[in-house]
Design a protein around this ligand. Sequence first.
Ligand SMILES: NC(=O)c1ccc[n+]([C@@H]2O[C@H](COP(=O)([O-])OP(=O)(O)OC[C@H]3O[C@@H](n4cnc5c(N)ncnc54)[C@H](OP(=O)(O)O)[C@@H]3O)[C@@H](O)[C@H]2O)c1
Length: 322
Amino acid sequence: MPRSGYGPLMMRALIVDPTRPHAMRLANVPQPLPKHGQVLVEVRHIALNPFEIHLATSGRLPPHWVLGWDTAGIVVAAAHDPGESGRVWGEYGPSIGDRVVAHGRRGGWAQRRTATVDNLAVVPDAVDLAAAATLPVAAGTALGALREAGALLGKRVLVTGASGGVGRFAVQLAALAGAFVVASVGCEARSRGLRELGAGEIVVGLDEVTEPVHVVLDAVGGHQLVQAFGLLAPGGVIQSFGGSSGEPAVFPPYSTAGPGKSLRSFELSPALADDLIFLLGLVEEGSLTAEIGWRGPWERHEEAVNALLTRRVNGKAVLDIT
Ligand SMILES: NC(=O)c1ccc[n+]([C@@H]2O[C@H](COP(=O)([O-])OP(=O)(O)OC[C@H]3O[C@@H](n4cnc5c(N)ncnc54)[C@H](OP(=O)(O)O)[C@@H]3O)[C@@H](O)[C@H]2O)c1
C-alpha cells in the first residue's frame, strides 16, 4: 500500500462518481482509521446489494463517497477498547489474521474497511470466504424477517423474488424451519435450483398460487404485494422488506379488511454478529448454500451491476478484490 508523502495511507476503492455508469469508479482514497471497537479488514470479496446501487445513483451521496455493506476478508488490525479505568486498553474481538465476514453501512467497496465487532463474525475454515461475504444483508434479512413471522413448522410460506439474493436464502431457511415453501419467480428460467434449495412449489407470478399462505416474505412490492395480501390465510402475515418492482402498491378500498391479516415492514438489524455466527454455522454444516450467480474481479463492477439490475443473477453477485 503506497504512502503519499506524510499523508494517510492510500488504497483503491469504488467511489461514487455521478459522471460514470452506475455512478461509480475505482479511485485512490485515504485508508480509514478504526475507532474504538472496530477492526481494520483487508477486503477480499464484496457482495453487491441492489439498494447500494440505487444509493450510488440516487444523487443523495457526495462524490467520492465509498459505499459498501457486505464484505469478507482478513483482519489486519484488531479492535481496542478502553478498560474500565479509561486508561487500560485491551484487545477484543477477532485477532490479526482471522478470516471474517464484516458488515457496515459504508466503506466496504475498498481494499480496507473498518467494521465494528458487533457487526462481524469469524469465518470457519470450512466456509469459503466469498460465500461468507454474501450473508449479512441477504441471509440476515431472510433470517430476521422469517423469525419475526413466528413459528413456521407446517406453515405455507410464500417467498416472492425467490430467485434473488434474499429470496434464495429465504427459501432455504423457511424450509429448514419446517415450512412448505412456495417460491415465486418472474419466469421459468429464474427458478433454476430452487427446488433443490427446498421449494415445495414454484410459481411464475402469483396467479398460479391456488391455496392460501400463512406467511409471505415480499421482496418485490407493487401489485405483487397487493396480490400477496389477498392470498393470506386468516391470521397470516406479510413481512414486506423490499421493492424490487419499483412500483407503488395500491390497495383497493376494503381489500385490507380480513380476519387478523397483517402487513409488517421489516428492517435489517444494525448489529448482525449473532445472526452471522448462526448463518455461518449452517453453511459449515451444509444446511445453507450461498448461491453466487455472478463472480468476477472488481474491475468488472459495471458488468456485475448490469447483470444484477437486469435480473440475470441467480442469488448473489460477488466482486473479488484482486
Ligand atoms: N428492508 C431491508 O432491510 C432489506 C434488506 C435486503 C434487501 N432489501 C430489498 O429487498 C429487495 C430484494 O433484495 P435482493 O437483494 O434479494 O435483490 P435481488 O437479488 O435483485 O432480487 C430481487 C428479485 O426480485 C424480483 N423482481 C420482481 N420484479 C422485479 C423488477 N421489476 N425488477 C427487479 N427485480 C424484480 C427478481 O426476480 P425475478 O427476476 O425472478 O422476477 C429478483 O430476483 C430489494 O428491493 C432490496 O433493496 C431490503
